[in-house]
Design a protein around this ligand. Structure first.
Ligand code: SF4
Ligand code: SF4
Length: 213
């Protein structure tokens, strides 16, 4: 019958129209910013610097090796290494960043800095509400603005953070085992030296007097 197709099409349109208001699975938009869709674990925006413990600066894992600065494709990381050293999470003396800036107006969220960092120090954040009227100053983040706790990392990327924690725990255990072995070796060497020094004079061989055969 003439017009049946048109009628069927209109019914389908009406069904979709009503469904888009009532079917939970088809409500694809939310009333942002009041309502927010939970972010996926793989979400990444801009990098942040991880710190352990309560002190953001003292607990910062970064040792200012500058690998990320060299590898960053748009060269938006700027690091100045400290003059002194401080103890890191493995108990080893390390440099730290006196300055660590990232220009997030240039950063392209490629995550290369994260991939190349050997110290689990720099990770990708999920924060995206960073719009600002100051193009230059406000988007150049310093180390104080970049520092975020390991708890924050665990919250936004639980799977990656667990892997990262395991790597650090293994490194820490290795460093502790090495330190213990070093202490034991030094103690053993000292004990041997002491025992040698305390040997009775009679046990020390006397060289023959001149002229004697
Ligand atoms: S995410 Fe990419 S562009 Fe951004 S700071 Fe890291 S290496 Fe540079
Ligand atoms: S974030 Fe990592 S790669 Fe970059 S300077 Fe610090 S320790 Fe080195």
């Amino acid at each position: 019958m003439l017009g049946t197709g048109i009628l069927k099409g209109m019914v389908e349109t009406a069904r979709n129209f009503v469904g888009s208001y009532t079917d939970e699975a088809r409500l694809t938009t939310v009333e942002y910013p009041e309502e927010r869709i939970p972010l996926k674990e793989a979400t990444r925006q801009f990098p942040f610097l991880v710190f352990d413990g309560d002190d953001a600066q003292k607990g910062m894992r970064c040792v200012a090796c500058q690998i990320c600065e060299k590898e960053c494709p748009p060269q938006c990381i700027f690091i100045v290494k400290s003059k002194d050293k401080r103890t890191d999470y493995k108990g080893q003396l390390q440099f730290y960043p006196a300055t660590f800036d990232i220009d997030i107006s240039v950063c392209m969220s490629c995550q290369i800095c994260v991939e190349v960092c050997p110290f689990e120090s720099i990770k990708m954040d999920t924060e995206f509400e960073l719009s600002n009227t100051d193009r230059f100053g406000a988007l150049l983040l310093n180390k104080h603005q970049l520092a975020k706790s390991n708890e924050h990392y665990r919250e936004i990327h639980p799977t990656d953070a667990a892997e990262s924690d395991a790597v650090i725990a293994a490194e820490k255990a290795k460093a502790e085992a090495k330190a213990k072995a070093d202490i034991e070796a030094k103690a053993k060497a000292a004990a041997e030296a002491k025992a040698k020094a305390e040997l009775p004079a009679a046990t020390v061989p006397v060289p023959p007097a001149s002229g004697q055969v």
